[in-house]
Design a protein around this ligand. Structure first.
Ligand SMILES: Cc1cc2nc3c(=O)[nH]c(=O)nc-3n(C[C@H](O)[C@H](O)[C@H](O)COP(=O)(O)O)c2cc1C
Length: 206
């Protein structure tokens, strides 16, 4: 029997939504038998900016004792799920900074042949969910990654409606907590990447 799938969930969150999504995915992946590393990327905004918003400061302080993501977490993993809030329809600079620091590992071929997937959150329903995920996937193609898109591979995907990954609309005046649709879609995303990665792993070992 092969070792459990090693899954890294690497994400950025300013005010906690993407963080909640990451934890939901991590719990589902553990339930599916994966060895999970849940890691937020380091905050790169100046403390002055963080202090300017209570929710941002509280979130940064809440994560202060948790380990931050390191390149080694990606190298360790068989599968990686990245999460980022949308920023003007794009990946947050904090997660992008982490990705852009992976040049040495990319150069050694250490990022290729892993499985990857993504999730995001935005304030509005059409504010960049899909563009953020597709922007994230540009980088994963350069890694030589194997994208495990959820598509509509389960009835839950017709409820959340995002075949590119998982997304949630909340923030500022729209204070919507994760609902069943997002929780189910995150569980499906996590279970699917664990299953597909396990199949690849066993095939490579055979
Ligand atoms: C600089 C900036 C740019 C943003 N751009 C968008 C955007 O393009 N579309 C959108 O719907 N929300 C946008 N948002 C809102 C966040 O993406 C949204 O509130 C998200 O849920 C926050 O996630 P978090 O709690 O994990 O930080 C933006 C927020 C900031 C601070």
């Amino acid at each position: 029997m092969s070792d459990p799938v090693k899954l890294a969930i690497i994400y950025y969150s300013s005010t906690g939504t993407t963080d909640a999504m990451a934890r939901q995915a991590a719990a589902a992946a553990e339930k599916a038998g994966a060895d999970v590393r849940l890691r937020h990327v380091a905050e790169t905004a100046p403390r002055e900016a963080v202090e300017s918003q209570d929710a941002w400061r509280e979130h940064v302080d809440r994560l202060a004792e948790e380990p931050t993501a390191e390149p080694e977490d990606v190298v360790w993993a068989d599968a990686v799920i990245f999460g980022s809030p949308t920023r003007f329809g794009n990946v947050s600079s904090q997660l992008k900074q982490f990705l852009d620091a992976l040049g040495p590992q990319w150069g050694e071929g250490l990022l290729a042949d892993k499985t990857y997937a993504g999730f995001t959150s935005a304030q509005t329903a059409h504010g960049g969910h899909e563009s953020t995920l597709l922007a994230l996937y540009n980088t994963l193609h350069h890694f030589g990654g194997i994208l495990v898109a959820p598509g509509y591979t389960d009835p839950v995907k017709f409820v959340d409606g995002n075949p590119y990954g998982v997304s949630h609309a909340t923030g500022a005046d729209n204070d919507e907590p994760l609902g069943d649709a997002e929780d189910d879609a995150l569980a499906h995303l996590a279970e699917r990447i664990v299953t597909v990665t396990g199949q690849l792993k066993r095939g490579r070992e055979a």
